[in-house]
Design a protein around this ligand. Structure first.
Ligand code: BTN
Length: 259
């Protein structure tokens, strides 16, 4: 079970995670945090974590699987002072913070796939689902983060075993979820979405496919091109047949796992 005392003792943030809600089991932490928001006046930085997420959601209507008491599945409530266009930075910033924390914990080959998949050796280690909505306290963002921490490959559902990794499968050791979560929040608080340059630079330095040829899906279209980096807004710059194109959403696919 998640050790709340250890987490609080390790936490060094000013606001993120200071309001901490724990549920042994819930459908989706994003859905549950949003529900609590409609019932209570929660402060920005509120964290909701579960040890057993039974109906986890991913981007693009995908599911997010996470084994009981082995991983990190949590959501954060933020009230960013940003325009809708710029709030995409929040997801990039969270991806950077997760990689900061994992690398600081000793797994230096972890990196990012646009927009915010956390990967290791071409396999998915974590994902981020950001959702915006209105509250009485202004526009809010819920950032849901899933990180595969101590799950063994054989414990994962069969169809995920080849495409998914955990910190345990990558490093061969058990990671303390409490200190990792505290490190993610500490890293996150060190960034400011109002200083986007810093975030974009860090993101590009962690990106695993800058300069590489990738397959790209957006809507029902598919193309192949070279990923060149990010625009000032965090959108993808992809060179297709000699011409640079900009995408605010879409999905990158690699030709092989070692890309
Ligand atoms: C993705 O890569 O598709 C995003 C996955 C996001 C999963 C997390 S786990 C905690 C939070 N609650 C959810 O239902 N989803 C996010």
């Amino acid at each position: 079970m998640f050790n709340r005392e250890l987490f609080i003792r390790t936490l060094s943030t000013r606001t993120l995670g200071r309001e901490f809600r724990y549920l042994p089991r819930t459908g989706s932490t994003n859905d549950q945090l949003r529900k609590i928001c409609t019932e209570e006046n929660l402060p920005g930085g509120t964290l909701l974590l579960t040890d057993h997420q039974t109906d986890g959601r991913g981007r693009g209507k995908r599911r997010w699987y996470s084994g009981k008491e082995m991983n990190l599945t949590f959501s954060l409530l933020l009230f960013p002072q940003l325009s809708l266009e710029d709030s995409g930075f929040i997801s990039l910033m969270c991806g950077v913070a997760v990689v900061d924390a994992i690398r600081a914990g000793g797994c230096s080959s972890t990196g990012l796939k646009w927009p915010n998949d956390i990967l290791i050796s071409g396999r998915k280690l974590g994902g981020i689902l950001t959702e915006r909505f209105k509250t009485d306290n202004g526009p809010a963002v819920i950032v849901g983060i899933g990180i595969n921490v101590n799950e063994d490959r054989l414990q994962m559902p069969g169809d995920l075993q080849t495409a998914t990794a955990s910190l345990f499968t990558a490093t061969g050791r058990i990671w303390r979820r409490e200190t990792l979560l505290a490190a993610v929040l500490g890293a996150l608080e060190s960034y400011d979405p109002a200083r986007p340059r810093e975030i974009l630079k860090a993101w590009e330095s962690y990106c695993l496919h800058v300069g590489k040829t990738i397959n790209f899906h957006y809507g029902s279209a598919r193309l192949r091109g070279q990923f060149e980096g990010l625009t000032d807004r965090g959108h993808a710059r992809i060179r297709v047949r000699g011409q640079e194109r900009i995408f605010s959403s879409g999905e990158i696919e690699f030709d092989d796992f070692n890309n």
